[in-house]
Write a protein that binds this ligand. Structure first.
Ligand SMILES: [Zn+2]
Ligand SMILES: [Zn+2]
Length: 347
């Protein structure tokens, strides 16, 4: 099969001809039709995640590797014992597969499994190829007539935003919710928040184009966090946000966001930009803040999200299709912050 494969960290991807694994019992093979390009792909391509204070979390992966964990396609073949979805069915592939056996996986949190990770496009070959081998056919989620590419982005940016929103609980409907960072995941978060929560949604981004995009897509207001007195002004007008989701995960967003949340509020970090902050501890109990992390999402959440989308409850994200052969350019553009919404590669 044709691929855009990673042969070394930091080096351009290469057009390699590789042999996909054939599906064994309980497994499947999917012909890829769309693969989203995500910021995590940049970190994996770099070979590390930035932990701040010059510390780095190395990526463990065998070369050649195939990036791409936002995968949509058609079932090509099913292994023994798998009854469906039938070959030819349009599916999204839930990529965050764990070992399937440990207590974490058994309770449905396989995205958090620490043993024998099988995440597609991370530990196993992903979607930047003509085919993807799926080691657990449970990961196939039928898409029906959902618009092309939407199922792909649902598996990472959509699922990440959906799972993070669930962690905010049900805040009083008149209180604002902050979304920090309106890139691909943030814009998905905005579309889902509009669908799921009655609250006014406030977008926070230093980029005027992203603030504009957020306003156009239903944000009640858009704040430039770099403006003088931005936090004080927001607190004075609103009394603070009931909850916030940090789609960047950088010191600047953390500092702004945790200051803009009211007492008893929840702050959920999903962005992996990295860095470190020096956190004064006393205000956390005194302000009764909940600071939580959220990493992608569960398989049952992914199925729930696709159902919502199939029911037409979520506005379609901004997608830009490009051929798989331009994968390197897509990574470069994303790295340079030149992408609004999501780039989708088509093999
Ligand atoms: Zn991703
Ligand atoms: Zn496990």
């Amino acid at each position: 099969m044709k691929t855009q494969a990673m042969t070394a960290f930091g080096k351009p991807l290469e057009a390699l001809e590789l042999e996909p694994l054939q599906p064994g019992p309980g497994e499947a093979l999917v012909r890829v039709t769309r693969a989203g390009v995500c910021h995590s792909d940049l970190h994996i391509h770099d070979g590390h995640f930035d932990l701040g204070n010059d510390a780095k979390l190395p990526v463990m992966i065998e070369m050649p590797a195939i990036l791409g964990h936002e995968i949509e396609g058609e079932v090509a073949a099913l292994g023994a014992g798998v009854s469906g979805p039938a070959p030819g069915t349009r599916v999204a592939v839930y990529p965050w597969l764990g070992c399937g056996k440990c207590t974490v996986c058994q309770r449905g949190d396989q995205q958090l499994c620490v043993q024998a990770r099988r995440a597609l496009g991370v530990a196993k070959w992903g979607g930047m190829a003509e085919f993807v081998h799926v080691p657990d056919a449970e990961a196939l989620i039928p898409l029906g007539a959902l618009a092309p590419g939407v199922g792909a982005v649902a598996m990472c940016s959509g699922l990440t935003a959906f799972s993070a929103l669930k962690k905010l609980g049900a805040p009083p409907p008149e209180e604002p919710i902050l979304l920090l960072g309106l890139g691909g995941v943030g814009l998905m978060g905005l579309a889902l928040a509009k669908a799921l929560l009655p609250n006014p949604i406030v977008a926070v981004d230093i980029d005027p184009a992203k603030r504009q995009a957020a306003l156009k897509r239903g944000a009640a207001e858009a704040i430039d966090p770099a403006a003088a007195d931005a936090v004080q002004d927001f607190l004075k007008r609103t009394g603070g946000a009931a909850g916030a989701i940090d789609f960047v995960g950088a010191p600047a967003t953390y500092t702004f966001g945790t200051s803009a949340v009211r007492r008893g509020g929840r702050y959920v970090i999903v962005g992996l930009f990295g860095g470190a902050v020096n956190v004064p501890l006393a205000p956390i109990p005194m302000r009764a803040l909940t600071i939580a992390g959220s990493y992608v999402g569960r398989l049952d959440e992914a199925r729930e999200l696709i159902s919502l989308m199939r029911a037409g409850k979520v506005e379609t994200p901004i997608l830009e299709e490009r051929p798989l052969t331009s994968a390197n350019e897509a990574l470069d553009d994303l790295r340079a912050g030149k992408v609004l919404g999501r780039i989708i590669l088509t093999p």
